[in-house]
Design a protein around this ligand. Structure first.
Ligand code: SF4
Ligand code: SF4
Ligand code: SF4
Ligand code: FES
Length: 947
């Protein structure tokens, strides 16, 4: 296997319908108008030497190595900055050009240390390659280190900056600006004294740098180099796979040396990320080899016992015998399973199949329950499909970006970079969020409107925007007439037009000035292509499903559906939230969102699976926990999910788990839920298995095994073994066969196969006969459900109210460097950026309580309390506090309540009434919890074999 080679065409691809024909070294070539001469040459296979240009960046024209001759023009223009013209005749290889290029290269080399043999970039250095390409053999001016460079900067945990090797090509600076949009780098100084500088001449770690690595990737020399390359050496082969962190779904080349990952390089052909990445995907893969990984199956009788390592056969046998015993004693419905949005589609499909056909009930649920289940409900009700409407490319055609309840620069950073680029290019921005998220104001991006609403009032604000659109006649009547149910629209229009939904009335509820709401509504309705991007700040509310439908109403009313640049786009948190939902993880839905009570659908599954299916929906996670406490639910198989840490009201989750007789946890680490487990089955990382993930764009992408599973069993094999041990046969040899079964059973996946994924790289469902290569934009000619459905979205305040005891509102979220419950990222050097969860509190609220920066504070709600340290910031409004939930010792969910979305039970994480008070440090229960967790993780020493 060799390194996957991606050609660098020197300058970005140009999309133009008009073409131009020219000749290069006597050969004719036709390219889109606006293409550079360099790119035209590269596309026909003629390489032009270059240093300062790359196809990820706009051309800059500083190095003068790419000179060409053009008939009829004086001089030797740089090919990277010269656009093609019709009939142009270009020469790339004359003696004069060769001489000039050698001269340029000689100057570069004369100021560069000649330690190629011991340089980490040896063999992967463009300066070295281009010196060879121009035929440089002698350097008349020897390197004498006349211009000593500043010292190396090794502050970043993942890459080094060695100024001595810098050729001041500025590619890093431009990558930070154009690709990442952070503007952390500048070229400081002049002439030979020019150096790249992070921030105000700070170290990288202390600067604004977010460690995305775009500069490292762009650097043509060893100046910016991954520390892993310095430690391990140059990679020998690579495999294209998909990031296992967030729902952006970035494609990477896993570059390997033997079976060791050297680095992850964002794949330029990845349609979700277009060659970019964030700090997690590019750098935070070290957890794969972390010492905490559990690699052998383990069992124990009681959760107070130490774990005992056993063989796979014994562990699987124990799962099967315990589950059968429980079903014999308590009934078929006494056990269930939980699928994970971190696992592959194939693994998730198998778990729900095991539950439905092997356990004989529908007690299967997924962690998507606690994040995007309202998206499924809301978009299915209004549009007919439980998924976002666009691809990420769509944002390039957007004139008005609306971000509601999402923080893309932290949660979906690579998509945020694409969004920021569009905003820098002129699109308008509306942010609806209680916090002043980075997008509200950052270098070269500023929101036109920030609706800093009180948590829990999304529906009121969206209804008020609709009020403005309807009462001011800003809706798209032609679109609504043609595409939607007109009677339902009229009912909805009358509802939103009611004075109680006016911005002036809603201001009293949400705290956003009426004029701000009016301005945002007018901009959304009249600003051109308008696209809504939303996150868990929309869904994780008691009115989560209502909010999703209110968003859909706005898009339909203004005709912002069914073409590039518009749409309704849920930004999915975990890598495979979309896929977990698609694969039938909810208790009431079979794969493809078909209700379990539909006889015809069940028959299709029953005949292929050879087992009868229950027509009644099974238990959701909260119902399983309730039933466990009541005594009717006794066994649970949890694949890749840490419900103790991620689900609300931790004490209740713990009580439910503790009440069960057999909890089986399949994961990489002994997570918090495993403290209550009886059987532990070691899982595999995304690097150790084949399969697919589906990102927020409905894009199914391949996950490819780059190393053998360290535990000896891939996750799909474990589920298969449990099924077989329970007497329900499964006989797959490879995940591709599982996907073939998904395709055979699920109309929207009918055309999907691993072979096609290999050929196309990725596929956006629906993929069927009508759309054999997938569907980038949905609802183009009509809604999937037929007519778009307007739903009345009455604002009903949450029952969670502030009062004298709990006067503040807590809302939660995540941070760029960490991922969800932190199981993976806490076990990487990402800890350098975020070692603990902190409570953000407005300085006024802090002052009233005698709290100063960094103080320990007690955060209490009516369900529980925890302790963490305070950060004083005006990012949150007075009356609102905010924290992340990445660290188990904080257990932020101890304080969240059991309130949930009326339609889907998605927990109301985003609104909890709390009080904050000074504290001396971690509370008693936190200390007790930590001691108990430590005890629960004990593993009995393996007995020495007898002589
Ligand atoms: S790592 Fe990313 S954010 Fe940091 S300087 Fe480089 S390009 Fe900019
Ligand atoms: S650090 Fe690398 S990319 Fe940046 S100017 Fe120097 S050589 Fe060019
Ligand atoms: S944006 Fe998401 S998918 Fe992309 S590299 Fe970062 S974590 Fe991975
Ligand atoms: S590559 Fe064209 S001027 Fe540097």
């Amino acid at each position: 296997m060799s390194l996957v080679h991606e050609i660098d065409y020197g300058t970005p691809r140009v999309d133009s319908a008009t073409t131009v024909t020219l000749t290069i070294d006597g050969r004719a070539v036709t390219v889109p108008e606006g293409t550079s001469v360099m790119r035209a040459a590269m596309e026909m296979g003629t390489e032009i030497p270059k240093l300062c240009s790359t196809d990820m960046l706009e051309s800059f024209g500083s190095c003068r190595l790419c000179l060409v001759e053009i008939e009829g023009r004086n001089g030797t223009p740089s090919s990277c900055t010269t656009p093609v013209t019709e009939g142009m005749a270009v020469r790339t290889q004359t003696d004069r050009l060769k001489r000039l290029r050698r001269g340029v290269m000689e100057l570069y080399i004369s100021d560069h240390p000649l330690d190629c043999l011991t340089c980490a970039a040896n063999g992967d250095c463009e300066l070295q390659t281009q010196a060879g390409a121009v035929g440089l053999r002698d350097v008349r001016y020897g390197y004498d280190n006349k211009h000593p460079a500043p010292p190396k900067d090794e502050s970043n945990p993942y890459f080094t900056y060695d100024p001595e090797k810098c050729i001041v090509c500025s590619r890093c600076v431009r990558a930070c600006e154009e690709v990442q949009g952070t503007f952390a780098l500048t070229i400081a100084g002049r002439g030979f004294g020019s150096v790249v500088s992070a921030g105000m001449a700070e170290e990288f770690l202390a600067s604004e740098c977010v460690s995305c690595g775009a500069c490292v990737q762009a650097c043509p020399t060893a100046t910016l180099t991954e520390k892993s390359v310095i430690d391990i050496g140059q990679p020998e082969h690579s495999v294209v796979t998909t990031c296992a962190y967030c729902g952006v779904g970035c494609a990477f080349k896993a570059e390997m040396r033997g079976d060791e990952v050297v680095r992850m390089v964002p794949f330029k052909d990845g349609k979700a990320n277009r060659g970019h990445s964030c700090v997690k995907g590019r750098f935070a893969w070290g957890y794969t080899n972390h010492g905490d990984r559990i690699l052998n199956p383990m069992i124990r009788e009681r959760i107070s016992d130490p774990w005992r390592e056993v063989s796979w056969d014994e562990a699987i046998g124990r799962v099967a015998s315990e589950f059968k015993r429980i079903q014999g004693a308590y009934g078929r419905g006494a056990i269930g399973g939980i699928t994970s949005s971190r696992c592959t589609n194939e693994e998730t499909f198998l778990v729900q199949k095991l539950v439905r056909a092997g356990f004989g009930n529908n007690n299967v649920d997924t962690c998507a329950r606690v994040c995007h289940s309202p998206t499924g409900y809301g978009l299915k009700t209004t549009f007919g499909t439980s998924a976002g409407t666009q691809d990420f490319d769509s944002v390039e055609h957007t004139d008005v970006v609306v971000v509601i309840g999402a923080n893309p620069t932290d949660g979906h950073p690579v998509f945020a970079s694409r969004m920021k680029k569009r905003l820098r290019d002129g699109a308008k921005l509306i942010v609806v969020d209680p916090r002043r998220i980075d997008l509200v104001r950052m270098p070269h991006v500023e929101a036109d409107y920030h609706l800093a609403l009180k948590p829990g009032t999304n529906v009121a604000v969206l209804d008020a925007m609709a009020h403005v659109i309807v009462t001011e006649g800003l809706f798209d009547e032609a679109f609504v007439h043609e595409r939607c149910d007109w009677d339902e629209f009229q009912e909805w229009a009358a509802f939103v037009a009611d004075p109680r939904n006016s911005p002036e009335e809603v201001e009293k509820v949400c705290g956003v000035p009426a004029e701000t709401i009016r301005g945002a509504a007018r901009l959304y309705a009249t600003g051109g292509n308008a696209a809504i991007y939303y996150g868990l700040g929309v869904t994780e509310h008691s009115q989560g499903s209502t909010t999703v439908m209110a968003v859909a109403n706005l898009a339909m009313a203004t005709g912002n559906i069914g073409r590039p640049g518009v749409g309704v786009n849920p930004l999915r948190g975990q890598n495979n939230v979309q896929g977990a939902c698609d694969m039938g993880s909810f208790p009431h839905e079979l794969p493809g969102y078909r209700h379990i009570s539909e006889d015809a659908t069940r028959t299709i599954f029953e005949s292929l699976w050879g087992a009868p299916l229950d027509r009644e929906p099974g238990l959701r996670i909260p119902n399983m926990l309730d039933a466990a406490v009541e005594g009717s639910f006794r066994g649970l198989y949890i694949q890749g999910e840490d419900i103790l840490q991620s689900d609300p009201n931790t004490h209740h989750v713990a009580a439910g788990l503790a009440a069960m007789e057999c909890v089986v946890v399949q994961d990489l680490f002994l997570n918090e839920t495993a403290n209550y487990a009886h059987i532990f089955l070691p899982g595999s990382t995304f690097l150790e298995k084949d399969g697919t993930f589906t990102n927020a764009e409905r894009r199914i992408q391949p996950v490819r095994k780059v190393m053998e599973s360290r535990s000896g069993m891939e996750d799909w094999q474990i589920t298969m073994a449990i099924a077989n041990a329970m007497g329900f046969p499964m006989t797959y040899d490879h995940p591709s066969e599982i996907m073939d079964e998904v395709a055979a059973l699920t109309p929207s996946f009918a055309g999907v196969s691993f072979d096609k994924l290999d050929r196309l790289g990725s596929i956006q469902w629906p993929c069927d006969e009508a759309a054999p290569e997938g569907t980038p934009v949905m609802h183009i000619d009509g809604f999937v459900r037929g007519k778009g459905r307007f739903v009345i979205t009455e604002y009903i305040p949450t029952d969670e109210r502030t009062g004298p005891r709990f006067p503040l509102l807590l809302t939660t979220g995540r941070i760029l460097s960490q991922y969800n419950v932190g199981a993976q990222t806490r076990r990487t050097a990402n800890a350098a950026w975020h070692q603990e969860d902190r409570l953000e509190i407005h300085p006024n609220d802090a002052e009233q309580r005698g709290i100063v920066e960094g103080d320990w504070v007690k955060l209490a709600s009516r369900t529980g309390e925890t302790t963490l340290r305070a950060t004083l910031t005006e990012r949150v409004a007075p009356g609102v506090v905010y924290t992340t939930f990445h660290h188990p010792d904080t257990q932020a969910n101890v304080v969240t309540t059991e309130f949930s979305d009326w339609a889907t039970n998605c927990p109301e994480y985003k609104v909890t009434a709390v009080q904050v008070a000074p504290s001396n440090g971690p509370s008693d229960w936190q200390r007790e919890y930590e001691a108990q967790a430590r005890a629960s993780r004990r593993i009995a020493p393996v007995a020495e074999p007898a002589e």
